[in-house]
Design a protein around this ligand. Structure first.
Ligand code: NAP
Ligand code: SF4
Length: 671
């Protein structure tokens, strides 16, 4: 049989060892290591090794406390640490995998007060001013990289990744942005790159020759005073010389004002930068960022953009990514939609990472879909995310499932998300649900209202009937144009040139985005996206930064809310700033602390601290939250029937697909 992905699935010979394919599971912090439950850590990585990842890289491990991303972050300091890590490397090897440990010294990004850097310059994303390292301090930091690598070797790892990008310590030495030194570690580029090269040289010396040393190189810094392309090339060659086995691509500093992995970033948006490196060094080169399907990965390799592809979040979404691709079942891969909602947003709020589309991620020991020994007939009402996941998990476990959906298609609220420019990945999620249902034994009944009578005879009833938009009951004069977000996003209702969006939650932001765009979404047009965010070739401008040129908005939109806090404050921790920046670029006005007196044909009359004010608009769009749709539950309960209510039908407030899918999966896993 010919391989469905001949480039992706071909081995990579590193001389002393061979990787079975070109897929690197990239480094991700999950928060598991810090909990101290190393069995759980081992299970998480072993499942990904069994799923076929060619090489896994762990989350960043601190080489010393001052370089830890936060106080107490995992590292490899003591004999007990080595024993813990040995447990996980052993389990990965038993599963047939290979694993490298990332050594991450966060420098001024370390959320600890004794953090260190090249110069004492505070980062905009940390409250701590780093201590400028003196000569002795630099020696210590370099030795700590080597010691961490030696310990990783002792703990059974197949290699290490030296984190040299994303604005962490090594990157801080490389760039004038953060390195103002005048000694032999600052000034000329040769001096600034000495720290990076020396770190790799000492790591290689510490681990001997038959050990993988990956260096993650910042190819495009995306900050002012970033590296020029000539400097990047000079560094790449020096790092190869110093003993690296592989170069991995790093993109943008964490403080960069350009999104690099969010869902609105075009797929493989930075692989053109990796391609520029190809042929300039003799060691393999890995590309990364927003690569989430085997087809995209295969195309990148076939086009010569890289020797290997790194995917991180896709392995949270589906640990069997590679095996499914190899078996010709790529359409069954649960897609990472780039939302960050359950992975990065969790990390940055101190929670364990998991995945919106795969609630088992990092909970493998606790949530399993084991076959039932007492199959039952299960009715699921509503084919939105909660109902779909409940139906699938119940089916996988051997229950006999009937899924009722009033609409002509499955997806529920996902069908609104997927029409928003920048949220195209939701198409993939709906398509995945369609595929999985088609390959299941689920009896899907579209265009069907589930009545209490129709639900008689089922052993279990799961109600996932969703939500309806909340009516805020704003007095409205005849002739005024008032729509709900459903009218706009699903009904194709006509919207005027001047619009007031009432309600600035996630959906208000989405609607504002939808109404100000015209033409092809920048997420599907890389050059347009680069223009909008000011990304250019680092050969033309240091760090790859240009002046952003956002397109003219399609409409004049004002986004309103009653709370006086900054609109958008409660959006995702890692993505809120992107939504706010994008709307500001489209000249959306945001007004908080207003009341709504009435809507007239001339606009909306607001109560502000200056008194009553008419905001002249042609259309008002209500995005004022939702209410549960659960009349069927009441009818069933009145008949004395037990019913499981999940998703928005259960609690409408702050409902999102993450909570819906998680609730559906957990309920069905327990049936
Ligand atoms: P939401 O986040 O609850 O926002 C509803 C908005 O309506 C708020 O701004 C609220 O602000 C206003 N509002 C509520 N009741 C009102 C009333 N009676 N009169 C006037 N205004 C009222 O709901 P949503 O925007 O519909 O989003 C639903 C869920 O989907 C949320 O959990 C959201 O996080 C999620 N979602 C997330 C994203 C994302 O980008 N991550 C995108 C879409 C949806 P005031 O009370 O201050 O006026
Ligand atoms: Fe991808 Fe979202 Fe899952 Fe994170 S939570 S892995 S971004 S789908």
């Amino acid at each position: 049989m010919t391989s469905p992905y001949p480039h992706l699935l071909s081995p990579l010979d590193l001389g002393f060892t061979t990787l079975p394919n070109r897929v690197l599971m990239g480094s991700m912090h999950t928060g598991l290591e810090e909990r101290g439950d190393w069995e759980r850590v081992a299970t998480y990585y072993a499942e990904r090794a069994r799923g076929g990842a060619g090489l896994i890289v762990t989350g960043g491990m601190a080489p010393n406390p001052e370089g830890a991303v936060f106080a107490g972050a995992a590292g490899l300091f003591t004999d007990q640490d080595i024993a813990n890590h040995r447990l996980l490397t052993g389990r990965v090897h038993d599963a047939g995998g290979k694993i490298a440990m990332q050594i991450l010294n966060a420098g001024r990004y370390a959320y600890v007060k004794d953090c260190v850097s090249a110069s004492a310059i505070k980062s905009p994303i940390s409250p701590f001013v780093p201590r400028e390292l003196d000569e002795e301090g630099i020696e210590k930091q370099l030795d700590d990289y080597a010691t961490a690598a030696a310990r990783a070797h002792e703990a059974g790892y197949d290699g290490v990744e030296v984190m040299g990008s994303e604005g962490y310590l090594i990157n801080q030495f490389l760039c004038l942005h953060t390195n103002h030194r005048t000694d032999r570690w600052g000034g000329s580029y040769e001096n600034r790159m000495r720290f990076a090269v020396e770190a790799v040289r000492r790591v290689r010396e510490a681990v001997g020759k038959d050990f993988i040393v990956i260096y993650r190189i910042s190819l495009i810094d995306l900050v002012p005073n970033g590296q020029t392309w000539d400097q990047v090339l000079q560094l790449a060659r020096a790092i190869e010389e110093a003993g690296a086995t592989i170069l991995n691509t790093g993109v943008g500093w964490h403080e960069a004002r350009v999104p690099t992995i969010a869902t609105s970033v075009p797929r493989a948006a930075f692989s053109w930068v990796t391609r520029k490196l190809m042929g300039t060094v003799g060691i393999p080169v890995i590309t990364s960022n927003r690569i989430n399907t085997p087809d995209v990965a295969e195309t990148l390799l076939a086009e010569g953009c890289a020797d290997m592809v790194s995917m991180a979040r896709p392995f949270l979404a589906d640990p069997d990514f590679v095996n499914k691709a190899a078996a010709g079942r790529a359409d069954e891969i649960a897609p990472c939609i780039g939302c960050n909602q359950a992975c990065l947003d969790h990390t940055f709020t101190g929670k364990i990472s998991t995945c919106l589309v795969n609630p088992r991620a990092c909970y493998e020991d606790e949530l399993s879909y084991t076959p039932t020994d007492a199959p039952r007939s299960v009715a699921v009402v509503g084919a939105g995310p909660a109902g779909l996941m409940a139906a699938l998990v119940a089916d996988w476990r051997g229950h006999k499932v009937t899924l009722f959906e009033r609409d002509t298609q499955i997806g529920g609220q996902l069908n609104m998300a997927r029409v928003i420019p920048g949220k195209e990945e939701f198409h993939g999620l709906v398509a995945w649900f369609e595929t999985m249902i088609a390959r299941s034994r689920i009896d899907l009944r579209l265009n069907t209202d589930a009545t209490p009578d129709a639900l008689d005879g089922f052993d279990e009833v799961i109600l996932a009937s969703g939500v309806v938009p909340r009516d805020p009951h704003i007095p409205t004069r005849p002739g005024a144009s008032v729509l709900t977000y459903v009218d706009v996003l699903r009904g194709g209702a006509e919207v005027g040139a001047r619009v007031a969006v009432v309600g600035a939650g996630g959906i208000g932001f989405d609607v504002a985005e939808f109404l100000t765009h015209q033409g092809v979404s920048p997420t599907l047009d890389l050059e347009e996206w680069k223009r909008e965010w000011g990304v250019t070739d680092p050969q033309l401008a240091p760090g790859g930064l240009a002046t952003p040129e956002p397109p003219a908005p399609a409409r004049a939109v004002t986004l309103l809310q009653r709370k006086s806090e900054r609109p958008g404050k409660r959006l995702g921790k890692t993505t809120g700033w992107i939504h706010r920046t994008s709307l500001a670029a489209r000249q959306v006005k945001m007004l908080g602390g207003v009341g709504y007196r009435e809507i007239t044909p001339d606009g909306i009359v607001l109560e502000t601290d200056k008194g009553e004010e008419l905001l002249p608009v042609d259309t008002v769009v209500l995005c004022t939250g939702q209410e549960s749709l659960r009349s069927l539950a009441d009818a069933l309960q009145a008949r004395g029937r037990g019913v499981h209510v999940i998703g928005g039908a259960d609690v409408a407030a702050e409902l999102d697909a993450k909570r819906a899918i998680d609730q559906g999966a957990r309920l069905a896993a327990a049936l």
